[in-house]
Design a protein around this ligand. Structure first.
Ligand code: PRX
Length: 644
């Protein structure tokens, strides 16, 4: 591996004192910043060059690389083959049952071309939306890139989401095609997927076809005329296709994420700016050497990390990656380490919840494997506690490699705040500083930057190329959610709390809104509450995120049951936990449900979650003076009325 150089160009602290122009309304990127991003865009192949780096005149909707045209799939695949790298491995794929596939860049081009020709044969045209719910199999990447090649925005839905969640995402995006599989392997078992997607598409007449990858061989329900097998349709297609360039702002994908209401938001990302920053951050943060590194990001393609750091960033950079289908403990708890040893993984990028799970399993497990190939470790998804950071560095990184905590969001598209390898001394648990080209601040309630040692809200005060371009079909929600909180200053409100330390480095403190982070998955309290109250037995529900040693936060629900006949048979809390799993997906299942006679509310009727969090975390209950009826906490603290 090449020596990891020091790219660090740290913005001064505070940023405005370091000679950077104070932003005007909605921020104005300075000339240096634009020149910086213009240089980064040269990482890509543009069919037509841009005439302007940024048009921010319609803020907060940005247009980056104005007038530029490119094809994202060409940039991720074809150009590498044309440059003589067709034999380089793009993916070492490991199936959960132990089957493997090696996919070179030349293979990838053939597969993507065939898939693109198949989508064309179905009558899909640029701008049409395609929903994808697939396990972590190579066809997931082929499908995404085929969509990108044709200018079809994809909406990938995590394989663990319920039919109801898939249905609402298909409806919101008005997808014409769904790509799925017969089943998926989960902890050694083949579980149905098509049967679930059929439940979702029963009510989505806009879906004209369902393209089905055969992964497990299990029986599937079938609708003639609508359903098509991938191996029949795609494999019969020519393996050549000439890509067309699209505008830099052509929509690349929609990805749904939880907000503070019950309805997930379709975060919209476009092509040129997104791919520029995906390639830049992936190349720079991990100091990637495409000729030497073997990179593995353990995320699922159903999340933004999978989009940006399994598919778009790594492929734009001609990376050799590992892709793994299954869970970390199938068939045994050393599976990840076995894979690292087998392929000589040099860069490993995972989530704190995975690290804490490894900690729980014990350090003797990684110790059985040769992990000496590792050169860089990354973390994403939630604040990494210093203990997990140190364990990660010691037991996976041999106490010798950089551990990079990377902060970003579905909305930011790519990494925004992270230390760089070779930068100043790493601080366990701190994402430290915005990357070169990025500007972030911590501000108080009034939007004023706080000082060293102080905490506040994290904001992004300058536009960035991979920023979301909106919420699909809901411009007002875009402005309201992200830009209204600090409208006077023109800051993007990230929804996270953060603190400057005495050196001016940034420490992330978690969400400041009603969004929970469970194993790095964003789930809103409102979403779980509405799932709970959709059950006939529930009159009212309040949900909080309580600290959890493994998952970061865990979902704890307080419910008031309806009287009379609505009560389900059996243990009511089990029934309700299953109900939430069915409505949203197993990731949203509450750890604990407490049946209570009342909920603590203010005089204006707002539920005081702070007090419920105290109960959920077994703490003394805090100040109750703003409650309409202070005595309710006695009932809640006295324990469940029944059923839990
Ligand atoms: O609260 C922050 C947390 O995850 C949120 C974004 O979630 P999502 O859109 O699902 O994207 C996850 C993968 C990028 C953020 O608002 N978060 C993510 N990374 C970190 C983090 N919190 C602290 N430190 C991180 N490194």
């Amino acid at each position: 591996m090449s020596p990891r150089s020091d790219h660090r160009v740290r913005p001064g602290f505070p940023p405005t004192a370091a000679g950077e122009a104070a932003p005007g309304p909605l921020g104005q990127a300075g000339d240096d910043r634009l020149a910086f991003w213009a240089r980064q865009a040269e990482r890509l192949h543009w069919g037509t060059g841009w005439t302007r780096v940024l048009d921010w005149s319609d803020a907060p909707v940005a247009r980056w690389f104005v007038g530029g045209r490119l094809n994202v799939a060409y940039n991720c695949v074809d150009r590498h083959v044309e440059a003589g790298h067709g034999d380089q491995v793009a993916f070492h794929w490991e199936g959960e049952p132990g089957d493997t596939r090696t996919i070179t860049y030349a293979d990838l081009r053939r597969e993507v071309c065939k898939a693109a020709n198949a989508l064309l044969s179905l009558g899909l045209r640029a701008g049409d939306r395609v929903a994808i719910q697939l396990p972590m199999i190579p066809e997931a990447v082929f499908a995404m890139l085929a969509c990108a090649r044709l200018g079809l925005p994809h909406s990938v839905v995590f394989g663990g989401f319920s039919p109801a969640a898939l249905q609402s995402r298909i409806e919101d995006a008005e997808a014409r095609l769904l790509i799925t599989s017969d089943g998926q392997y989960r902890r050694g078992r083949a579980e149905p997927m098509k049967a679930n997607t059929d439940e979702a598409t029963r009510n989505t007449p806009g879906v004209e076809h369902v393209l089905v990858v055969r992964r497990t061989g299990i029986d599937v329900p079938w609708t003639d005329g609508r359903d098509l097998w991938w191996h029949e349709l795609v494999d019969a297609q020519p393996d050549q296709h000439t890509p067309e360039d699209f505008d830099a702002e052509h929509p690349l994908f929609i990805l749904y994420t939880s907000g503070t209401t019950g309805r997930p938001k379709g975060i919209l990302h476009t092509s040129g700016g997104y791919l520029t920053q995906a390639a830049y951050t992936h190349g720079t943060v991990f100091n990637l050497d495409p000729d030497a590194d073997v990179y593995w990001c353990t995320a699922d393609i159903g999340w933004i990390t999978g989009h940006s750091y399994i598919v778009y960033g790594p492929l734009a950079n001609r990376t050799t990656s590992v892709m793994y289908e299954g869970t970390p403990h199938t068939p045994h708890e050393g599976r990840h380490f076995e894979i690292i040893e087998k392929y000589g993984v040099t860069i490993y990028y995972t989530a704190p919840t995975v690290i804490r799970t490894f900690m729980k399993w014990g350090e003797d497990i990684p110790a059985r494997y040769d992990l000496s190939s590792i050169g860089v470790l990354g973390s994403v998804g939630e604040p990494i506690n210093p203990e997990a950071w140190r364990w990660y560095r010691k037991h996976i990184g041999g106490d010798r490699v950089p551990v990079l905590d990377t902060w970003w969001q579905t909305e930011t598209g790519t990494i925004m705040i992270a230390p760089l390898p070779g930068g100043p001394a790493a601080k366990p648990g701190s994402a430290q500083a915005p990357l070169p080209g990025i500007s972030a601040k911590i501000v108080d309630d009034q939007g004023r930057q706080v000082g060293k040692g102080e905490s506040g809200y994290l904001v992004l005060d300058q536009p960035w190329p991979s920023m979301l371009r909106g919420v699909w079909g809901d411009d007002d929600r875009y402005r309201e959610t992200y830009w209204s909180r600090f409208a006077a200053q023109g800051h993007y409100f990230a929804g996270d709390g953060a603190r400057y330390d005495e050196d001016g480095d940034i420490w992330l403190l978690g969400r400041v809104d009603d969004v929970m982070n469970v194993s790095g998955h964003r789930i809103s309290t409102a979403e779980v509450e509405s799932a709970l109250v959709s059950h006939p037995a529930v009159a009212e529900a309040a949900v909080v995120g309580a600290s959890d040693a493994t998952t970061g936060q865990a979902i704890v629900a307080f419910v008031i049951l309806r009287g009379g006949t609505a009560r389900p048979a059996g243990d009511v809390t089990d029934v309700l936990r299953e109900h939430v799993a069915k409505e949203i997906g197993p990731i949203a299942k509450p750890r604990q449900i407490m049946v209570v006679p009342e909920l603590p509310k203010t005089r204006s009727g707002k539920i005081m979650r702070r007090l419920l969090r105290d109960v959920a975390e077994n703490r003394e209950v805090g100040d109750v003076t703003t409650l309409a009826d202070a005595s309710v906490m006695q009932f809640i603290n006295a324990g469940p009325a029944d059923g839990s």
